[in-house]
Design a protein around this ligand. Structure first.
Ligand code: ADP
Length: 473
């Protein structure tokens, strides 16, 4: 089963009064731009591309919607698009009254590849996407520059919007959301929304710095639950929820780089990813606050349950991870260290992917250099070992090893062999052996993940599809 999750382009604001707005039923329908996992009891989960009835949109950040089973609740307004609507002011990519010239000036000033905005064209009712790029143009355009793409509409009875002919969307927010993840004909993906810089009233009244900053007074620290690459992991409490807190030793992490990336990581949100809630930089050491996972890491969990793991359970674990990874893949985010030790198990025995992208901030050559003693060679694709060429397809290789760990109930791969022996045997075309508990179909998927050439390996989207088909058998 696929479940709902959250990921917003703007950090989530304070919720309105729960009493507000469950009354004014309307006929307006909205489409979910992405999955949303409720944060409070009165939120409603959203499933990407599903339609919901809009009940109340009087609050700018939280709208009330109703699903097709009659459940109503709050959802972040930036995660839904009104069908036939032209009200984009809640999206941070939209600038209403801005000229082409002003747009160019703002985007050039921002100077980041993929900085973009949507603005009104001179033609009434038409919108333009302006995007900054340094990429070389096909007809020798100078760099850096701003490119403008008009959002077009099809002539068909049911109007659809597009930027590049092949990709049609029923609303503009859906189109923008798609191109935030896929260049698909544009010079670059739409990476950084840029606004004119008028501060919203919320920002003016709330000087609480960056949205990912966690107020140390709201964070209670408890017992030690583990020890990792960056230091101690404690259990804790934050806003009435149990959390895991990673206390980051200064010498272990490149924290400036991390702080920059934390915002991207917080927006990655899916029910099969361990959610990063925020960062507390006002405490020393700095700490990272994550969703709490009662049943600890997957490798330990597998070893504890050895001999008692059913086929359904093992397949379900692989399916969970492939679901989380398919989401990362679709967000163009590379994990770089996928392994059973970097997945965690929830209270309901769901497996979630953790520590995604974190190796980039580790300050330990032994861990980050492929020659280093702590480098996860046994999970790494050949192109990573040889040229540090990470990609979603190198994550796919690691996923094959993770499946192997699952079906071997937590055994370490290539148990008694050194890293150099492993590299040698991989080079001569050898692969891990079929686990005794793995059905042929699952073993075939593992072998597919271990194809020498990255392009011959399946995507996570495909793996998810294949595993889901096996679980339906
Ligand atoms: P690091 O990323 O610093 O290497 P790990 O993620 O390996 O740290 O965490 C070390 C241990 O702490 C894990 O093996 C697990 O037992 C515990 N732990 C980490 N994160 C969580 C979490 N979100 N919920 C519960 N336990 C956790």
């Amino acid at each position: 089963m696929f479940c709902v999750s959250a990921a917003s382009k703007k950090p989530l604001p304070q919720l309105p009064d729960p009493e507000m707005g469950l009354s004014e039923l309307g006929d307006q329908m909205v489409i979910a731009l992405q999955d949303y996992m409720p944060l409070r009891d009165d939120d409603l989960p959203l499933q990407k591309d599903q339609e919901y009835r809009l009940i109340n949109s009087s609050h700018s950040d939280w709208w009330t919607v109703q699903d097709d089973r009659g459940n109503a609740g709050f959802v972040p307004s930036i995660l839904v698009a009104e069908k036939n609507g032209k009200n984009f002011e809640r999206f941070e990519w939209y600038n209403k009254h801005i000229s082409r010239w002003e747009a160019e000036e703002l985007l050039m000033k921002e100077g980041k590849e993929g900085a973009f905005m949507v603005r009104d064209s001179r033609q009434v009712g038409v919108y333009t996407v302006s995007v900054f790029t340094k990429a070389p143009g096909s007809n020798g355009e100078k760099n850096p520059r701003v490119k403008h793409y008009q959002i077009r509409q099809t002539d068909t009875e049911k109007k659809a919007f597009y930027l590049a002919e092949k990709y049609l969307f029923s609303t503009i927010p859906e189109l923008i959301h798609y191109h935030q993840h896929n260049a698909a004909g544009l010079i670059t993906r739409l990476r950084h929304p840029v606004t004119k810089g008028e501060r919203s009233s919320q920002e003016i009244t709330d000087p609480s710095k960056d949205q990912w900053e966690i107020n140390p007074e709201e964070l209670d620290l408890g017992q030690k639950i583990g020890c990792g690459q960056f230091g101690l992991v404690l259990e804790g409490k934050w806003r009435d929820r149990k959390v895991a807190v990673k206390m980051v030793k200064e010498e272990c992490m490149s924290d400036e780089d991390f702080k920059e990336e934390a915002q991207v990581m917080m927006r990655l949100s899916h029910c099969k990813l361990v959610q990063l809630y925020g960062v507390c930089t006002q405490r020393s050491p700095m700490c990272l606050v994550f969703e709490y996972m009662e049943n600890g890491c997957l490798s330990d969990y597998l070893r504890e349950k050895k001999g008692r793991l059913s086929q359904d359970l093992m397949l379900g674990m692989c399916l969970d991870v492939s679901e989380g990874m398919a989401y990362l893949e679709s967000s163009n985010f590379i994990h770089r260290d996928l392994a059973a030790r970097n997945c965690l198990v929830s209270k309901n025995n769901e497996v979630k992917v953790s520590d995604f992208g974190m190796t980039r901030f580790v300050l330990d050559d032994q861990y980050t250099s492929s020659q280093g003693s702590k480098f996860p060679v046994k999970w790494s694709a050949p192109e990573v070992i040889k040229y540090s060429k990470f990609s979603s397809k190198s994550d796919v290789w690691s996923f094959g090893v993770l499946m192997w760990e699952v079906y071997n109930e937590g055994r370490l791969p290539y148990e008694n062999r050194s890293n150099s022996e492993v590299v040698e045997s991989l080079n001569s075309g050898l692969r891990l052996l079929k686990p005794r508990l793995a059905p042929d179909a699952v073993h075939m998927l593992m072998e597919w993940c271990w194809k020498e050439k990255p392009e011959d390996r399946p995507s996570f989207a495909l793996l998810l599809h294949e595993l889901a088909a096996l679980s339906d058998l």
